[in-house]
Design a protein around this ligand. Structure first.
Ligand code: URA
Length: 209
């Protein structure tokens, strides 16, 4: 069974409060999501392997550390996942970025991929799939399935807010994918919104309604 991590860092929680607040406008919402994403990137990379290297400082020789192991890749799920990409890239500027866009056919209920573009060395990268709202888990599950089908073997899922229903669904479908959150909320409502949540993340990020 995969693990679930909730980042309870005070800065993350403080900013999340204002992200949730319905009186926060588009500009501020976007900036706060960006900042929280950068802070979450800091936490999610805490256990990356490092290696010792020797370098010359202006004063002398030093043994110091650099990040070792697999390179990273980000895969935002369109469209709300886009709002978290820049913040993460500020912390991990060398990460490559793929994109997955999909929806469920209302008749067959099967996922339809309308856009998938991944780095061509996806099998050699540690991927972070990004979806701000983990509601039913349907899109995250389908996106991860699609990415695995293209060769990915090492995947983490990063979300701002999750409902317990979505977390459980991802854990059943993809027991190898650990989940990283800023908050675990109470439940889903009858319309599939996370309660208390923050509303529609895509609409609030892009100012649509
Ligand atoms: N997607 C959102 O943007 N918000 C929710 O609450 C659930 C799904």
């Amino acid at each position: 069974m995969s693990k679930v991590f909730v980042f309870d860092h005070p800065l993350i929680q403080h900013k999340l409060t204002y992200i949730r607040d319905k009186s926060t406008g588009t500009k501020e919402f976007r900036e706060l999501v960006d900042e929280v994403s950068a802070l979450m990137a800091f936490e999610i990379t805490r256990n990356l392997p490092t290696q010792e290297v020797t370098i010359e400082t202006p004063v002398g020789k030093a043994t110091s550390k650099t990040i070792a192991g697999k390179k990273l890749g980000l895969v935002p799920i369109l469209r709300a996942g886009l709002g978290m990409v820049d913040g993460i890239l500020r912390m991990i500027p060398a990460a490559k970025v793929g994109h997955v866009g999909l929806y469920r056919d209302p008749e067959t209920l099967k996922p339809v991929e309308y856009y998938v573009k991944l780095p061509n060395d996806v099998n050699e990268r540690e991927l972070i799939v990004i979806d701000p709202m983990l509601a039913t888990g349907g899109s995250a599950i389908d996106a991860i399935t699609s990415i695995k089908r293209r060769g990915a073997t090492s995947i983490k899922l990063m979300c701002l807010v999750a409902a317990p229903e979505g977390v459980a669904a991802v854990q059943i479908a993809h027991p190898d994918v650990d989940i990283y959150l800023a908050a675990m909320d109470e439940k889903l409502n009858e319309k599939g919104y996370i309660v208390p949540g923050l509303g529609d993340a895509g609409d609030r990020l892009f100012g649509t309604k």
